[in-house]
Design a protein around this ligand. Structure first.
Ligand code: MG
Length: 492
């Protein structure tokens, strides 16, 4: 087992090496070829130059190089990215920025979800309900899952919202518990109305306590739509992975601005923060073996066959030697946050399900993130033990009601992959952004791109003799780095 774990270290997922190479999955068989985000408007030669690990050029939004003119993203959103320092051949991060119109109609009669050109304001009422969408995907063990999710996740969100569009249009009216096949009939009936008037009879007193209906807000319908969209996306990747041999997975961080609220959905270790009036407010949590230890251990406890007789769901502060059987050792089970002593048994010699600290923590000595899309074929190295059952594709969705706050010209949301957050703190990011924005005229539409650029340049550092350094004693990030800076003033 130990040799197996050692071998696996060489192929760490979410670690320092990638098993992907362009030849491992012929591009001709892939639905979506590797590229950089479409909104960067790069040609093939520029994409190749961007993959130079020795110079690590920073790519920016807002530049249409082919037409030699500025082409800013909607809301003047700033975006910047840089490739890693050599841990994988290609940039495994991907990004997407879309405005999507949610139109009524079943899938058979409607075209695919409609993305809107420009800022979309003119078509807003005529075409249906729109949402604005920004997303970062941090791939591992290849680029396939991240590329696919960047192309499709917003369409899955659209499809899920399409199913509840009539309910959402009813403003303050609570959603009906059931939608009939003719959902228009249910529209506006409210939560208390039965779906089929003719079949329904009022409950007797003894029955009524079982028929209480929960009040469900529209906000939770949107959250459910986003959660379901992530599930649908994951299932689509699974189909591709089984039929086309696609590899790997990706963390996904998506921001949806819809009906006056910002929904931040995170599955993985990317992060979103709000900078408002100079303060930093987290908009997401990271999902790692450490942060989800108890969920993972509980699953291992309930379904020990998933551990393949190779791993123990218990956590110990270090590996246990055979000669220590019978002695007392500190341990943690799924129900514990603190530590207690137990007598070591033979079973405790198995490798811990969750092992390591910080960025080196792994599930089954293999993967460093516990939520994301893909990884359906991921197994413990040289074994038949699947890791996917321990991973979740469901994001945590946080909601920020922008209508309840006044926003200034320097108030923004910053999204970044872990390449950014591994080397700079929330406070440092906020100070950098505020400094750049304050140096620009408030009406300069490029200021958010400049802020994103500054974040990426700082976290990458400069190349010196022995690598990339932010300062004399601080290493820069060797990972792919991708950053959105989303202004709130004047848009929400
Ligand atoms: Mg990363």
């Amino acid at each position: 087992m130990i040799s197996r774990v050692k071998a696996a270290v060489a192929q760490l997922v979410g670690g320092t090496a990638s098993s992907f190479s362009p030849g491992s999955c012929p591009e001709s068989s892939l639905k979506f070829k590797y590229s950089r985000p479409a909104f960067l408007l790069l040609g093939p030669e520029e994409i190749e130059r961007a993959a130079d690990h020795s110079s690590r050029p920073v790519l920016l939004s807002g530049q249409d190089r082919r037409k030699r003119r500025k082409r800013l993203l909607p809301w003047d959103t700033g975006y910047a990215e840089v490739i890693n320092a050599g841990k994988s051949i290609l940039n495994e991060d991907q990004a997407a920025r879309e405005i999507v119109c949610v139109e009524k109609g079943d899938r058979k009669n409607s075209t695919e979800a409609k993305t809107v050109k420009g800022d979309g304001r003119a078509d807003k009422e005529r075409d249906g309900l729109q949402f604005h969408y920004w997303a970062l995907f941090d791939g591992h063990a290849g680029t396939d899952a991240a590329v696919m999710a960047a192309k499709l996740l917003h369409l899955h969100i659209c499809e899920q919202l399409r199913g509840i569009i009539d309910v959402l249009r009813d403003g303050d009216v609570p959603p009906p518990i059931c939608l009939t096949s003719n959902d228009g009939a249910a529209r506006g009936n409210g939560a208390r109305s039965p779906p089929h008037q003719g079949d329904w009879e009022p409950p007797t007193d003894s029955e009524s306590r079982f028929l209480l209906e929960k009040e469900i807000s529209h906000e939770y319908l949107v959250i459910g739509a986003i959660e379901n969209a992530f599930r649908q996306m994951d299932q689509q990747i699974e189909r591709e992975q089984s039929s086309r041999g696609m590899l790997g997975g990706c963390c996904a961080l998506a921001v949806v601005y819809f009906l006056g609220k910002i929904y931040v959905a995170n599955a993985g270790d990317s992060r979103a923060i709000l900078i408002r009036n100079g303060e930093t407010i987290p908009l997401s949590n990271e999902f790692t073996p450490e942060s989800e230890r108890q969920r993972l251990q509980y699953l291992g406890y309930l379904q020990p066959h998933l551990l393949g007789n190779e791993f123990t769901h218990l956590e110990f502060p270090r590996r246990i030697q055979h000669r220590e059987i019978g002695r007392k050792m500190l341990f943690r089970d799924y129900s514990m946050t603190g530590w207690a002593y137990k007598t070591i048994e033979e079973d405790d010699l198995k490798f811990p399900l969750v092992y390591g600290e910080g960025k080196k923590a792994r599930v089954m000595a293999t993967i460093g993130v516990t939520r994301g899309l893909g990884d359906h074929n991921l197994k413990v190295h040289c074994s038949n033990i699947h890791i996917k059952p321990f991973l979740s594709c469901v994001p945590e969705v946080k909601v920020y009601d922008v209508t309840k706050h006044e926003h200034g010209v320097n108030d923004v949301i910053v999204l970044g992959t872990d390449g950014l957050w591994d080397v700079v703190s929330d406070r440092e990011v906020a100070d950098t952004v505020i400094s750049v924005l304050s140096d620009c005229e408030p009406d300069d539409p490029n200021r958010f791109t400049l802020a994103a650029q500054d974040l990426v340049v700082r976290s990458r550092g400069t190349l010196r003799e022995h690598g990339w350094w932010m300062s004399e004693d601080r290493l820069g990030s060797g990972d792919d780095i991708s950053v959105f800076v989303i202004p709130l003033y004047g848009h929400t």
